[in-house]
Design a protein around this ligand. Sequence first.
Ligand SMILES: [Zn+2]
Ligand SMILES: [Zn+2]
Ligand SMILES: [Zn+2]
Length: 254
Amino acid sequence: MKVIVTGSGTSQGIPVIGCDCAVCRSRNPKDKRLRASVYIETGRLKLVIDTSVDFRQQMLRNKLYDIDAVLFTHHHVDHIFGFDDIRQINQQQKKIIDIYGSRRTVKELKITFRYALDKELIRYKCVPIFRSHFVSGKKFKIRDTEIIPIKLKHGHLDILGYRINDFAYITDCSHIPENEFLKLKNLKVLIINALRRRPHPTHFSVEEAVNNARRINAEMTYLTHMTHDIPHNKTNKILPQNIRLSYDGLIINI
Ligand SMILES: [Zn+2]
Ligand SMILES: [Zn+2]
Ligand SMILES: [Zn+2]
């Protein structure tokens, strides 16, 4: 199984427009962060979690030309706004993309991308063409791959994380309900969000992410969805050995 972190940044992306802080001015490529997303390949299944605002660039940069499915965590703009570029995969690969999300997420997607439901536009293939599937708390399969949804809190909003084999992806989380920890046992790799050093009402801070990562106790944990508060090299130095910052382009083989 191969995971590529295609974006490790929070909603504004890093550098932030007009900001001249040290991280935004940094020449370290690991301090440049597109909006949060991952690409996963397992067996013959290729999928992405979320179609971030930067989806097109993320596919191009990583030379990814094909996906079968999208798993959505929630409907916030930074996680869905690249959805229109699914069109290119429809056309190049001649396939319909299966999308998975909570009932709320799929509903919000259809409101935001209302034009994609227009029969005439569908006929001329100038909209993303997809089949939607509702995800509850129960595990499901895409082809032969089992996907375990993790129910999470993002402030008051109910969102989803996903476990696939020995890998789990959690972003935009501010609280993991007690029961859900059971689904996160014996992980080889965990990716979990860490917004900034200071606490935030709807996202884990670095400290909260580290505390949750310690409890989950994956062999290796990577942090994602980071602001410009978090310089790559400096922050890695103060983190425990098996917890690192992720960065755009990071490839994890599991
Ligand atoms: Zn987000
Ligand atoms: Zn900045
Ligand atoms: Zn969000």
